[in-house]
Write a protein that binds this ligand. Structure first.
Ligand SMILES: [Zn+2]
Length: 445
């Protein structure tokens, strides 16, 4: 029996503290980021194109501000450093007061306090924090904050294919540019990039494969499917006949502008999109490159929630048993389905990017659900999923809290030992992402 204080067992408290201390020194890989290059961040701050208030007007916190009543104009005003800092701070505080309870808001708030020493919602403190932020934005910023302080070894970057700043990043390649081909203009662009004529489906397939091969040769470590931002991502196997028909429809459109029922891609071209996606999956399987698939909530305030259901990909999983599929974001709020799919299928892994700062309690709960159901071998524990360094750092801190609480509960209620808990943490944050993504070898497929 252990004594209790305020309803919380003393042994849980001391285990949380020990696990947090352990995690503070745990080398970690980030499986999924949109982090801008350090040189771009430094330049943007130097040129006064942004400031500390601007951080709230990007993904996640922006969505919470809008969800609590802010308009797009409010967000644009808060994010524009050309306007008065005082007025922008006032506007931010108004909407933050309505939404500061969410994990996305508290994680960023805590990160800014840890990095710049104050409460951002106090005007005087925010002014001082802005000065400190400006001072530390110089070359070596990511090394100092992410690598030294955060123990982040490498980040898998999903944002373009420039392959810069290899001391920090590896690259996951998005496929939307190929999949979303919707017009003659798009085809001509691809023809000029590839220096090939595209007269039929066979030409298009061959060019897309060639482009994918080129990016693997340049160092891409994964492909990323974020189709959810363009259409219902449900995938079905398509025949060559249907894909060829869709190709001829495509050639009748000069421009690609199209929005229908939330889909930014022409619905009548879906057979072609699915066909091309199948070709890329087939190539990825041949080349032992994992496929990261966005599942769960689409970020923002408008897309259909049910597009995030990971069971949309069951046919894909079955059709490509040699393709390794990483279900991103644990499918939140469809976690039980994502977890069950990883349990059932050998080629499905779980990626916990975004989830720790999206919903702290869900993350803690499902970490243990996942550990009860899925082999530890298949769990990737962290991805900051942020465009700015402060967000990545805040998310990492939040992840350590969530994992410490979840594993301490596991020790208390499921009879695990502290050393077993540490082994699970190292597997999720270091061994698995290294094996499955960053130092992937053919023998592990
Ligand atoms: Zn993302």
């Amino acid at each position: 029996m252990c004594c209790s204080e305020g309803g919380v067992s003393m042994s849980i408290k001391s285990n949380i503290a020990e696990l947090q201390a352990f995690l503070a020194d745990q080398p970690t890989y980030s499986t999924h980021e949109h982090l801008r290059y350090e040189s771009d961040a430094v330049k943007s701050v130097e040129c006064d194109q942004e400031d500390i208030l601007w951080l709230y007007t990007l993904h996640y916190t922006k969505s919470d501000l809008i969800s609590s009543g802010a308009t797009k104009a409010d967000v644009a005003f808060i994010g524009n450093p050309q306007h008065s800092f005082v007025d922008r701070h006032h506007r931010l505080s108004k909407f933050a007061a309505r939404s500061q309870n969410t994990t996305q808001m508290t994680a960023l708030h805590a990160a800014l306090r840890a990095l710049y020493g104050g409460d951002i919602f106090d005007l005087n403190q925010a002014t001082e924090m802005e000065k400190r932020r400006k001072k530390i934005h110089r070359v070596g910023l990511y090394h100092e904050i992410l690598q030294e302080k955060g123990k982040l070894l490498l980040l898998c970057r999903d944002w373009g294919d420039e392959f810069r700043e290899q001391q920090y990043f590896r690259t996951a390649v998005r496929m939307e540019e190929w999949m979303g081909i919707s017009s003659l203009c798009d085809l001509q662009k691809l023809e000029s990039e590839s220096d090939r004529s595209i007269l039929n489906l066979a030409d298009l397939t061959s060019v897309v494969r060639e482009q994918a091969e080129r990016l693997i040769a340049k160092g891409a470590i994964a492909f990323k499917n974020a189709m959810i931002y363009q259409r219902n991502p449900a995938w079905v196997r398509r025949s060559t006949f249907d894909a060829e028909n869709a190709f001829s429809i495509l050639t009748k459109y000069l421009h690609a502008d199209w929005v229908s029922n939330g889909s930014a891609w022409r619905p009548e071209l879906q057979p072609l999109q699915d066909y091309l996606y199948g070709e890329i999956c087939s190539l990825a399987a041949e080349r032992n490159v994992p496929m990261q698939i966005h599942t769960g909530l689409p970020e923002g305030n408008c897309l259909p929630l049910d597009w995030g259901d990971p069971t949309h990909f069951l046919e894909l999983i079955r059709c490509f048993p040699k393709l390794e599929i990483h279900l991103m974001h644990l499918g939140h709020p469809y976690e039980p389905y994502a977890i069950a799919m990883a349990k059932m299928y050998r080629n499905v892994q779980l990626d916990c990017s975004w989830i720790h700062q999206l919903n702290a309690h869900a993350a803690r709960f499902y970490v243990n659900w996942m550990l009860d159901e899925v082999p530890i071998w298949k769990i990737l524990g962290f991805g900051g999923d942020y465009i700015h360094m402060e967000g990545v750092y805040g998310h990492l801190m939040q992840t350590r809290v969530n994992l410490s609480v979840a594993l301490a509960e596991r020790i208390e209620t499921a009879g695990s030992t502290i050393s077993e808990a540490k082994g699970l943490l190292t597997a999720m944050l270091y061994n698995n992402p290294r094996r499955l993504l960053f130092e992937r070898k053919a023998a592990d497929a």
